[in-house]
Structure formats: C-alpha cells, structure tokens
Design a protein around this ligand. Sequence first.
Ligand code: COA
Length: 335
Amino acid sequence: MAPRAKFTGTGMFVPDRVVTNDDLTKLMDTSDEWIRQRSGVVERRYIEEGQAPADLAQKASERALEAAGLEPADLDFIVLATLSAHADFPGTAFFLHELLGVPEIPCFDLRAQCSGFVYSLGVAKSMIEARQCRRVLVVGCEVHSTGLDLSDRGRDVAVLFGDGAGAVVLEANENAADTAGLLAVRLHAEGRYAKKLWIEAPGSGFTPVRLTHEMLDQGRHFPRMEGRFVFKHAVKRMPEVLLETLDAAGLKLQDVDLFLFHQANLRINEYVAQQLEIPADKCLHNIQRYGNCSAASIPMLLDEAVREGLLRPGRLVSMTTFGSGFSWSSAVARW
Ligand SMILES: CC(C)(COP(=O)(O)OP(=O)(O)OC[C@H]1O[C@@H](n2cnc3c(N)ncnc32)[C@H](O)[C@@H]1OP(=O)(O)O)[C@@H](O)C(=O)NCCC(=O)NCCS
C-alpha cells in the first residue's frame, strides 16, 4: 500500500508591526467601517525594514520542524508557495534553503497564488505516495506590504492584504493501522481570467524591456483586481471543489470537524458556509487579524487550529481556496 502523507508539524510567523484600518486612513481615502464591512479585516501585519520573505518562512518552518520533532537535516524536499517572491529568481525556497541550513535537497517555488499552498500539498502528497521522498516541508509565504499601492488609486486591493508565513511538515505514514494523512486533493484553474487579478509588470511579456519608468508612473507594478468578478467566481468555485474533494475521499460534509477557507474575504467565506449549511463553529478565520496572506493563509490557519486544540488526532479538516489565475483547490486530511 502507498504511504499516506501525514501532517506531523505546523508553524507560523507574522511580523510584529501591526497596521490597523485606522492607520490606513492616514494614507488613503478609506475607513475602518468600509474595510470591516466589505472584507472583515480589522488589522494586518507588515514587515519592518530589513525583513525579507525568507526570514518569515524560516521562522514558520523552524516552528513546524520543532513541532514535528525534526531537524532541518531530516528533510528531503521543500515546496514553497508564494506570489511575492524574494527575487525574480531564484525562488524564495532557495533563500529559505540557505537559512535553514538543509543538506543538498531539492526545493522550488510553486506559483498558484492564493491556491498555492493547497497546490503544494497536492505535489507533496504525490511525491510521498510515489515514495520519491519521506519528509517534505511545505511553506506558504507572502510579503505583500512592499508591493501594494497605498494611495487612493490602489485602495480597493491594498486594504485587504497582509504579510505572513505558515509551514507544515508532511511525513510518509506507512502504518496501515494509522489512517492519518491527506486523503484527497483536487486542483483547478481557469487561465482565461488571469488578468482579472494580477500584477502585470515587471514581466517578460513586455518588449523590449520588462519595466519602464512609464509603467512605474502608471502603477502597473501594483496588483489590480476586478473585485466583484472575483467574488462571484469564488463563491461558486469554492463549494464546488470542496464537495468534489470530499466525494473523492468518500466523505460527507457532516463528517468534517473543521473547515478552513482561504482568507480573502470574510463575506466570501460566510456565503460559502451558508450555501453548504456549514455551522459557523466549524469554521476558523483569522482574516480579522492578518488580512489576506495569500498562500500563507491556510498554513497559518492550520497552525492556529492546532494550537487552539481544534485539530486533535483523528479529526477531519477540509481546506479550500480560490485566487488569482483563476485557481481553486481543496484538500481533506485526517489529523
Ligand atoms: C474588494 C471587495 C471587498 C470590494 O467590495 P465591493 O462591494 O465589490 O466594492 P466595489 O469594488 O464595488 O466598490 C464599492 C465602492 O467602494 C469604493 N472603494 C473601493 N475600495 C475602497 C476602500 N478601500 N475604502 C473605501 N471605499 C472603497 C469604490 O471606489 C466604490 O465606490 P463607488 O461606488 O463610488 O464607485 C470585494 O469585491 C471582494 O472582496 N472581492 C473579492 C476579493 C478577493 O477575493 N480577492 C482575492 C482573491 S485571492
């Protein structure tokens, strides 16, 4: 029988700097009321000067390793999901590789935006089940704050996002009597909507150069989003893929103990839960405190769930995402 990919450790890290909605009103024409009502966000964290994405990823990873009772040298593979990489190349995973001091194991960044962490779980699961590796570190890490348009022009997007990192260790579980592990993962994409939520510059799609002063003046290096369009697709795709994944695992909605949704907007998640008749006490959110941390949102939630005692051995957890691409995904695991 193929081994199962079992979660053996979780960790998260957010910078100390708290930025409240009121703080943002000093930079742009917005209000605490507007932000809370539309998105649920109350505050978020921003990095301080000198902090880089890999620093956040390192702290989250070290906590996950400690929880798993492992050393960096025990790992044999690292997948890091991000849309706000440390550099154009190489991936943030390589900077993390150095900071962790792991041996010459492979690592790479996976780019599937807010669905990146669950996509990475899918990769790790396949690698473990195919016996390509036994101990995988999966990280979600974002530094959005340095890439937001914190003026009136970018206010629709800027108020939603924050910085943070989350990490998990997945290990091969060969014990047939132990049913813990990832039971099913389902991934989807619809590239025709790639430009509905994106940062276009700098990009190799531009000739003769990737970035010009004119593009900077036009703010084309900042994220742009058709908010309502994204909202409509998110509330359709998230229930679809959640049910598809449970079905693939032979489970029903009622079997699941905890639902984790990507933290893009509390209203999206409440709408999804309502459509599926999921009781509010089975859902955990942290968007109020951290905003949308894209690929880091789900692993941060997983770590909080473990620390709050919501994920004890035997419990079933469902994780569902929607994001730029468009990309959407879901995973279900027995803890
Ligand atoms: C972004 C979002 C919160 C905006 O809410 P909305 O109800 O759709 O709001 P709209 O974009 O229609 O804007 C409504 C008004 O608020 C204004 N507004 C936009 N951002 C604002 C801000 N930060 N503060 C105050 N007003 C703002 C708009 O200019 C608009 O004004 P107008 O009516 O005078 O034109 C919502 O569309 C959303 O959450 N979409 C999905 C986001 C998402 O999931 N993204 C990430 C996926 S990873």
